[in-house]
Design a protein around this ligand. Structure first.
Ligand code: PA5
Length: 419
């Protein structure tokens, strides 16, 4: 479970957190009353064993016939899987499972040409993911990579394509039905950025050998905890604290994490919060910091720049003790920490940073999570989803639409001459 610690924030919220927790309770009521996009809310407990079996069967085929799985998608259709993969796979070398690579999240010709060159001599499958089935970036990437797949495998190419999309609508659904791709459905009432625990996230993860059953079980435990009507609900506390700080002019939140493997979790979190809350000319701007690396790039701004920032420090339990050795010569002057575990040093850096930032006028709260496992990652995804919806409702915006995303598309289609 996530533990939310807001004790260091309290000096910044003079009225106390209680009025904000009342708002969180009212927001949670609104969330319970949501009908159009509430499918994700009980998704963990509604995920059937049959669905997990179907995903695992497709994953087993991918694992047996592919060196590489190309996942094509943008926004909510890839960030969750990418975040979980970076959290759960080794950071160096291969673990023997197929490599999972991503496309369809940009329109770069260079990226596409290097991708095609990379895939040319590899056995690969494609998981193309688009809820609407009409998004330009993944559509272009799929057209390009499917033509390579057909060139390599001829009529057998279609059996290497897994399409995750709407049950009935969209160009991808039409293509999948016509070509006979294996398909997985994104339920109508689950929005893109809330879809990581559907086949959108689960198929790439299963193909990488990650236990999706554990992940769903972790999220299911979160369902009991984060939907609980209680002022000590960690998701309510996080949502309430964010909005209390926003009301004090703290308009930017940095999610700061202490392990490089959290970088894409930060990207997923930014999409979830940015698209859910940034509308009607309000909303906390979500940014992320990889610490300690970014203390050497953003640290100066955090400490002394404009005081419009608050910080959420995400810390996972250490897993791999590495002790700093003693060195007789001590030429690097590090013997003062010889014998200490690196995680102890990392944790001390966190405490020192939190104190420095707080003293400098940047309120810091803490989210502590257990060791990173498929279950704890599932739980964390679910925590952030609930807290995001509650926070958006407190601020008065509807969390489940993204009308602003259409503006660039309209211009681009007009300029490209789309009929
Ligand atoms: O949260 C959302 O709905 C969006 O960010 C989508 O995930 C993103 O635009 C991709 O859309 P689609 O899956 O329809 O291709």
């Amino acid at each position: 479970m996530v533990r939310t610690d807001i004790s260091a924030l309290l000096p910044f919220i003079l009225e106390g957190i209680e009025p904000w927790l009342e708002k969180a309770a009212a927001a949670a009521e609104k969330l319970n009353a949501e009908t159009a996009f509430a499918g994700w809310l009980h998704l963990p407990s509604n995920t059937s064993a049959e669905l997990l079996d179907k995903i695992n069967a497709a994953a087993a085929k991918i694992r047996s016939d592919s060196q590489v799985l190309l996942v094509i998608g943008i926004g909510g259709s890839y960030l969750g899987a990418r975040a979980a993969l970076e959290l759960l796979r080794p950071q160096f070398g291969s673990d023997g499972s197929p490599e999972v690579i991503f496309a369809g999240n940009n329109l770069s010709g260079l990226y596409a040409s290097q991708l095609l060159a990379y895939l040319e001599d590899k056995d690969f499958s494609i998981n193309v993911i688009s809820k609407s089935g009409t998004t330009t970036e993944p559509a272009v990437a799929f057209r390009i990579s499917y033509s390579l797949l057909e060139k390599k495998y001829g009529e057998a190419a279609a059996a290497r394509v897994y399409a995750t999309t709407d049950a009935n609508r969209g160009a991808l659904r039409t293509m999948a039905d016509k070509a006979g791709f294996t398909t997985f459905v994104i339920p109508d009432d689950v929005g893109g950025r809330y879809s990581v625990l559907t086949p959108v996230g689960l198929l790439p993860l299963a193909a990488a050998g990650i236990s999706i059953k554990d992940m769903i079980n972790g999220a299911k435990a979160g369902e009991a905890e984060y939907l609980r009507k209680s002022s000590d609900n960690p998701a309510w506390l996080y949502a309430a604290a964010r909005q209390a700080l926003y009301a004090k002019g703290k308009k930017i939140e940095t999610l700061s994490f202490w392990e490089p493997r959290f970088r894409f979790l930060g990207e997923w979190w930014k999409q979830l919060y940015g698209e859910s809350e940034g509308k009607e000319n309000i909303g906390i701007f979500p940014a992320s910091l990889e610490l300690t690396a970014d203390l050497h790039s953003m640290g100066q701004y955090m400490q002394e720049g404009e005081r419009t920032i608050f910080e959420t420090m995400l810390y996972s339990q250490p897993e791999a003790p590495v002790v700093i050795p003693f060195d007789e010569a001590d030429l690097d002057g590090l013997n003062y920490i010889a014998g200490k575990d690196m995680d102890y040093v990392n944790r001390t850096a966190l405490e020192a940073t939190a104190k420095a930032h707080t003293d400098g006028g940047v309120p810091c709260m803490r989210l502590d999570i257990p060791a990173v496992t498929a279950a704890s990652v599932g739980n964390l995804f679910y925590f952030f989803e609930v807290a995001c919806a509650v926070s958006a409702y407190i601020s008065g915006v509807y969390p489940f639409d993204q009308p602003g995303v259409e503006a660039y598309k309209k211009n681009m289609f007009a300029m490209l001459g789309k009929k």
